[in-house]
Design a protein around this ligand. Structure first.
Ligand SMILES: NC(=O)c1ccc[n+]([C@@H]2O[C@H](COP(=O)([O-])OP(=O)(O)OC[C@H]3O[C@@H](n4cnc5c(N)ncnc54)[C@H](O)[C@@H]3O)[C@@H](O)[C@H]2O)c1
Ligand SMILES: [Zn+2]
Length: 397
């Protein structure tokens, strides 16, 4: 037998920029980014979420004027393409097909750009189209939901649904850059605004106790979506997600460990059982509550920490129980989650706030008991809970 071992490393780097009024005449965030290519001008196709196009006053005109003002750097290859916002664009293969055909018709090359403006779903679909046309057209993401700005839009994945399965087709493809414009959030309904905050609680719980403390002390402002608190939350949450991708040693998820999926094994199931009636973040909040309760009842997580976690989620306005939880087949849900991970079942649990461990099996009886506790808790609300962050316990840092 003869063997040639191939080995090479590729290093990736991209910026996640934060701004407001991205297409205002004086804003040079996008122009500056395109200036880094050294090309003049850079050809681009803009893809916009239909809800964002509908609700953001004058957006199309602003984009067109921005292009004229910076014509030395940007050349729009075609008028913006409006893609149906929400999960439908990942569901319907025509949306990706249309983006591919625009790339072909307007002769975009691998050095051209797709600029995707929208929620996580549009970014996933446009990102998939960008990654697969010519094996990779450059992608600039402009996330317009909280969840997309602090989580879905800043990472390295894209995908669409196929064969009735979520994200069945997709690639790992780091973007050229991400620009988070907080002004896009003005038109977002409260449920969407709140939903994205659940991912910040999740990442704080698995990685950063002091971020959890800041969310806890900002909880009243966050519940009102007060801009300064939202901005702090989005920035740190995005930063922690990026840190995780860069430092986990597994940016392209070859292993079975998926710490960012804390609380997600049952959240995915709840979304499915409710037929999408609850938003992803609403399901994640319930998932976090359940896995925190389980961590506590397994003797891993202290009682005060548990109380603060549940109290933060409730003060943010999340409901921590849904009747669909009573229909949850725990064994089946865990089996499906294992399949989703590939390989060994790996469920993140908490040993403390900011400190996760990995479990490879769960006591399903205890899990059912925790589901019952959440149901009882709902019927007992309101309960008195600690007012301020507790002092940091050295053990948990
Ligand atoms: N690639 C990843 O790493 C990753 C990570 C997490 C989630 N996701 C994906 O993200 C998707 C969920 O994203 P999402 O929570 O952003 O929801 P979404 O993209 O489904 O958007 C929700 C709704 O809000 C609308 N919308 C978007 N921006 C708006 C704005 N500024 N004002 C008013 N309405 C607006 C959309 O049209 C849609 O109707 C899922 O498909 C999920 O699989 C991807
Ligand atoms: Zn999530």
């Amino acid at each position: 037998m003869r063997t040639i071992t191939q080995k090479f490393a590729v290093s990736y780097s991209y910026q996640v920029l934060f701004t407001r009024g991205l297409f205002d005449p004086g804003n040079v965030t996008l122009a500056g980014l395109l200036g880094q290519t050294g090309k003049s001008p850079n050809r681009a196709l803009v893809v916009i979420d239909s809800e964002v196009a509908r609700l953001t006053t004058g957006l199309l005109e602003k984009i067109s004027n921005y292009g004229k003002q910076h014509d030395a750097l940007i050349e729009f290859a075609a008028p913006p393409f409006i893609v149906r916002g929400g999960e439908i664009c990942k569901q319907e293969p025509q949306e990706v097909d249309k983006i591919h055909s625009l790339v072909e018709r307007h002769r975009l090359c691998r050095h051209s750009f797709i600029i995707a403006i929208g929620g996580g779903a549009v970014l996933d679909a446009a990102g998939y189209a960008a990654a697969t046309a010519h094996r990779g057209v450059r992608l600039i993401r402009m996330p317009t939901t909280v969840l997309a700005q602090n989580d879905a839009g800043v990472g390295v994945k894209n995908g669409v649904n196929s064969f009735g399965r979520k994200n069945f087709l997709g690639t790992f493809a780091p973007p050229f850059a991400v620009i988070n414009d907080l002004d896009f959030l003005h038109t977002l309904p409260s449920r969407e605004l709140r939903s994205g905050i659940a991912e910040a609680v999740k990442v704080a719980l698995i990685r950063d106790r002091s971020f959890f403390d800041s969310l806890y002390s900002d909880r009243k402002q966050l519940a009102l979506f007060e801009p300064a608190a939202m901005e702090r939350m989005i920035f740190r949450c995005a930063e922690l997600h990026l840190e995780h991708i860069a430092t986990s040693g597994d940016p392209f998820e070859f292993g079975s460990s998926r710490p960012l999926d804390f609380g997600h094994w049952n959240a995915h199931k709840l979304e499915e059982l409710t037929g999408g009636e609850i938003r992803h973040g609403e399901a994640v909040a319930i998932g976090i509550a359940l896995d925190s309760l389980y961590s506590s009842h397994s003797g891993l997580l202290g009682d005060l920490d548990l109380r603060r976690i549940l109290s933060l989620l409730e003060d943010l306005g999340f409901s921590l129980y849904h009747p669909a939880l009573s229909w949850l087949d725990v064994e089946k849900a865990l089996r499906e989650f294992q399949e989703h991970l590939g390989g060994e079942l790996t469920i993140p649990l908490l040993e403390g706030i900011g400190k996760k461990i990995e479990a490879h099996q769960l006591d399903t009886e205890l899990m059912r008991h925790c589901i019952n506790l959440l149901a009882e808790r709902r019927s007992l609300l309101p309960v008195s809970l600690p007012a301020d962050p507790a002092p940091v316990r050295a053990k948990e840092n």
